[in-house]
Design a protein around this ligand. Structure first.
Ligand code: HEC
Length: 122
């Protein structure tokens, strides 16, 4: 399948606060759009100055690692089920717990690796 989507959609999802909170995933009221809340734990685009540091900085993720099929698959799988790589990670398992749809995850992958994304631009 296609593992890379639209970085503009991914940017919205990454900065939406309705994501996994530390240690557990608390569903919000039904019908509210879900998000990744990635900034709670990661630095991503430079323009966003408020971010948590529980996770490693992801700034320039695509610039540093490229956008090969391997990197795209790694980023997708990491967001889908972070524990597949690091047991007991603090990072929520967005896909496995149906927090984000596979399509939404492809948008976040694009936000991380697309050369035009603000993660890699500035
Ligand atoms: C509750 C904190 C938390 C949230 C929220 C979170 N992460 Fe993470 N993330 C971590 C931690 C801790 C690590 C490092 C340990 C590990 O690899 O699991 C990590 C690792 C990663 C890695 C691997 C980094 C590398 O150097 O290979 C990627 C990619 C990633 N996160 C992307 C995301 C994205 C995208 C989101 C939003 C959808 C997100 N994370 C949300 C805590 C979080």
């Amino acid at each position: 399948g296609k593992l890379i989507g639209d970085w503009k959609e991914g940017e919205k999802l990454a900065s939406s606060g309705r994501g996994g909170h530390i240690g557990f995933i608390q569903p919000d009221a039904p019908m509210t759009p879900r998000g990744g809340n990635c900034y709670a734990c990661h630095q991503l685009a430079k323009k966003e100055v408020a971010y948590g540091t529980i996770g490693p900085s992801l700034q320039h993720f695509g610039k540093l690692r490229g956008a090969s099929d391997d990197i795209i698959k790694y980023a997708y799988d990491k967001i889908y089920n972070s524990n597949a790589f690091t047991a007991c990670t603090n990072m929520p398992r967005f896909g496995l717990h149906n927090w984000l749809t596979p399509e939404q995850i492809t948008h976040i992958v694009a936000f991380l690796v697309d050369p035009e994304s603000p993660v890699n631009k500035d």
